[in-house]
Ligand binder design. Structure first.
Ligand SMILES: [Zn+2]
Length: 102
C-alpha cells in the first residue's frame, strides 16, 4: 500500500509526521533535524553532508541518508551516489512548496 497519512511524532508527541510505505515510524521534521544535526568527523562525509539545512527539511531521503550514516558510520557507494543526485533534484525544486517529499 502506498497511501501516506499523518501521525503524531513518536519523539515529541506534539507535531505530526508523515507516515508512508517506506517510512513507517512517524518522526516529525523538527525532531529528525535535531537527530541528524551532529558533527561529522570524517572529512569526506563532512563535506558531503555540508549542505543547506533547508534541503534536509525538504527531503526525507536526505535526512534518512544522514541518519543512517550517523548510525552506522558508513554509506554504500550507491547511497552516496543517490545522495548527491537527490541534493541536485531538491535544489531545483527549491521554490516549489508541496508535501511531496523526495
Ligand atoms: Zn517531533
Amino acid at each position: 500500500m502506498r497511501a501516506s497519512y499523518k501521525q503524531k511524532c513518536i519523539v515529541c508527541r506534539k507535531n505530526h509526521a508523515l507516515v508512508t510505505w517506506k517510512n513507517r515510524v512517524p518522526v516529525c521534521v523538527e525532531c529528525k533535524m535535531r537527530e541528524i544535526n551532529k558533527p561529522i568527523k570524517d572529512k569526506k562525509f563532512k563535506k558531503m553532508f555540508d549542505i543547506d539545512n533547508a534541503l534536509y527539511e525538504k527531503s526525507g531521503f536526505l535526512r534518512n541518508i544522514k541518519s543512517s550514516y550517523l548510525r552506522f558510520g558508513e554509506l554504500s557507494e550507491k547511497q552516496i551516489e543517490m545522495f548527491k543526485k537527490v541534493v541536485e533534484e531538491v535544489k531545483k525544486k527549491k521554490d516549489k512548496t508541496s508535501d511531496n517529499e523526495i
